[in-house]
Ligand binder design. Structure first.
Ligand code: ADP
Length: 396
């Protein structure tokens, strides 16, 4: 039996079986306090209703609320001991037909502080002229559904754009079949769009894996320096062709528990962005350090910077502070969303400092690997586990 079914049954017991036509919460409470040994079913039912996560209210055939819990007031369908009109009508119908009725009880005004965005209820007949309204806050589900809808709409748009461009460019090639210069020009564009489409699909798959479709694989102990070297290797070509030199600090010897591929992908995204959003010839630097049990890898550029109003939002999927520039650099708008999820899946986070015209620093923060305690004689239980480094000089 479901929790709400159980509540309905108990209320039935309360109203009919226990012979208590109307329960006064105060009276039941007084009885319970004075004579705990004589706790009645009605007392217990009162407590069950009171502590229920859902909003519960029993309405009689005259539309009066005879029992309700605090949650029903929080959800806004009982006010001053009166039911919301929609709940009252649904109760009337349930009592008349003997069938449960589903009703939307989302608050219609903003009178009482913060209101839930969606409240859905089932109103069930209890017999003898009573019905129970059993309502749940569905705000989170509604918000998730809206996010999902937005995401699907965005993905469709983002996929359709390069596909449409490819079709047009292919037509242009066919039209210019006798002009080798034009054919070369359009072919170059086709290649760029196809690459962009490939990146988009790869990043979408990465993102869907990260957001719960697949569990994060077993984490392994990783040398941060290896992760940094691999990410730098991947970004080297783009940096070289933009005439950007990446300055890197010395090897750190730090260790983290992580998924190598994901961490390399996240760091590569940060370095690629630093290169993409900087003018040719401007410097980019990468540094790593240990702080408060966390390994920090910072990527700093002297590029365009990000205005304060965009700084929170650049980590959202498909959000671009400068859509034209992102398009020009072949950006998908997913890079930072991936970084954010990778950091979160490792128990870490990504921080941003940025100033338009000055540049940006993105810092990937991942908990440092802790060496398991070996024996009580070696490390007292209350001692924090030592942090592992390959060479102790690396910890700053
Ligand atoms: P994109 O593929 O568009 O680069 P991202 O998710 O990587 O998508 O970044 C989101 C947006 O954040 C970018 O469109 C850009 O406006 C901004 N951004 C990211 N990194 C930087 C940076 N280093 N400097 C300036 N702006 C940046």
């Amino acid at each position: 039996m479901t929790a709400s079914g159980c509540i309905a049954l108990l209320i039935g017991v309360l109203l009919v079986g226990a012979g208590v036509g109307f329960v006064s919460g105060r009276a039941a409470g007084r009885r319970a306090r004075n004579r705990p040994a004589e706790l009645t079913v009605a007392d217990l039912v009162q407590r069950v209703v009171h502590s229920a996560h859902n909003g519960v209210a029993v309405i009689n055939r005259f539309g009066a609320v005879v029992v309700h819990n605090p949650r029903s007031v929080e959800l806004g369908f009982v006010r001053d001991n009166r039911p919301d009109l929609r709940a009252e009508k649904a109760a009337e119908q349930a009592i008349a037909t003997g069938e449960p009725v589903e009703v939307d009880l989302t608050p219609l005004d903003n009178r009482v502080g913060r209101q839930p965005a969606a409240v859905l209820a089932e109103v069930r007949p209890l017999g003898d002229g009573f019905a129970v309204v059993d309502a749940a806050d569905q705000s989170e589900a509604v918000r998730l559904e809206a996010t999902r809808r937005d995401f699907v709409a965005n993905v469709s748009h983002e996929l359709k754009t390069p596909v449409g461009a490819l079709a047009l460019l292919a037509e242009a090639v066919l039209d210019a079949v006798d002009d080798p210069v034009e054919v070369r020009r359009f072919s170059g564009k086709i290649l760029r769009e196809a690459t962009r489409l490939g990146t988009l699909v790869t990043e979408l798959i990465a993102l869907s894996r990260l957001t719960g479709a697949e569990a994060l694989p077993e984490l392994e102990v990783l040398e941060v320096d290896d992760v940094v070297d691999e990410a730098l290797g991947r970004s080297r070509l783009a940096a070289e062709s933009a005439g950007i030199e990446i300055t890197v600090d010395r090897q750190s010897g730090l260790l983290v528990d992580g998924d190598r591929t994901l961490l390399v992908t996240a760091l590569t995204n940060l370095i690629d962005n630093a290169v993409s959003y900087s003018e040719p010839g401007s410097p980019v630097s990468l540094s790593r350090r240990f702080a408060d049990g966390t390994v920090e890898i910072a990527v700093t550029d002297r590029g365009t910077g990000i205005a304060p109003e965009h700084q929170e939002r650049v980590f959202e999927r498909f959000y671009r502070a400068d859509p034209a520039r992102s398009r020009a650099t072949g950006g998908t708008g997913l890079g930072l969303a991936i970084v954010k999820h990778v950091a979160a899946n490792h128990g870490g986070e990504v921080r941003l400092w940025s100033k338009p015209g000055t540049g940006s620093t993105f810092t990937l923060r991942i908990p440092a690997h802790r060496v398991a305690e070996v024996a009580p004689s070696v490390a007292a239980p209350e001692d924090p586990a030592p942090l592992a480094v390959v060479e102790s000089g690396g910890v700053s």
